[in-house]
Design a protein around this ligand. Structure first.
Ligand code: FPP
Length: 251
């Protein structure tokens, strides 16, 4: 009998904690900003690679709520880099049929960053290939508290009844309400932490850690992570036997 070939299972949503820019710059005897600038090359390669592979949502942790506490010069340089990259890359996003979206406390971004972001989101809104989600001024605890405040306000205003609150309803108050949960989370630079990123949404995600620093991480590394993901068995709390039975029933 010919061997049954199985197509690689492409994760619908990949989320990435892009870490190691500072260490990469240090290794190269340069200032931290040099690492961030080279990190943009990885963003480009991974975004195009993910779209080519058929990934539907790619979420990048570009700036956390805690990153505001970095030295002022680094924060300013990062914001400038974001503004420049977003406005420069809009054409490429359109060429690749990629829609741009952002999650986080966007009101706290500098005015020019917010307006460039909004303009890029508007210009790419009709693209249907992949959605690139930038997490900006984002932290999961901020998001959960913000969602709770909005939900409580709706209860107070009588728009919902507290008995109606369940996981689905709570999820609808999160920034990611219109995005499926990540199937795969990648973190670069050899750190084994979640760092306040998508804590609710990562409940059943597969986790992949690589020692590569973000500026060295490219499309081929993404494909390697997808290969690794393909070897995993996602059980969502069930047993292996239950999963095999379900699969046989579908064949
Ligand atoms: C973490 O490395 C990286 C960041 C805080 C910023 C990531 C930003 C980019 C890659 C550039 C812009 C991105 C887009 C989407 C246009 P780190 O500085 O914490 O590195 P370290 O842990 O080695 O110090």
């Amino acid at each position: 009998m010919p061997e049954k070939t199985t197509k690689p299972n492409i994760p619908q949503h990949i989320a990435i904690i892009m870490d190691g820019n500072g260490r990469w710059a240090k290794q190269n005897g340069k200032a931290r900003v040099f690492g961030h600038k080279n990190g943009v090359k990885s963003v480009r390669s991974v975004t195009e690679g993910a779209a080519r592979a058929g990934v539907k949502f790619l979420t990048l942790y570009a700036f956390s709520t805690e990153n505001w506490n970095r030295p002022k010069a680094e924060v300013t340089a990062l914001m400038q880099l974001l503004v420049n990259t977003i406005s420069k890359e809009t054409k490429t996003l359109n060429k690749n049929n990629i829609r741009l979206k952002a999650i986080g406390d966007l009101q706290s971004l500098p005015g020019n960053c917010y307006s460039e972001l909004q303009a890029a989101m508007d210009k790419t809104a009709g693209n249907k290939g992949m959605t690139l989600v930038l997490a900006l001024s984002y932290s999961s605890r901020w998001e959960i508290v913000d969602a709770t405040k909005k939900l409580l306000n709706d209860v107070k205003q009588g728009r919902i009844n507290s008995e109606e609150v369940n996981e689905t309803l709570f999820n609808s108050y999160l920034c990611t309400h219109d995005i499926p949960d990540p199937d795969l989370l990648i973190r670069t630079s050899g750190e084994y932490r979640i760092s306040n990123f998508l804590l609710w949404q990562l409940a059943y995600s597969e986790l992949y850690f690589t020692p590569k620093l973000w500026p060295d991480f490219r499309e081929e590394d993404l494909l390697e992570a997808i290969d690794d993901y393909n070897k995993r068995e996602r059980r969502f709390g069930k047993t292996s036997e239950q999963l095999s039975e379900e699969q046989s029933a579908h064949e």
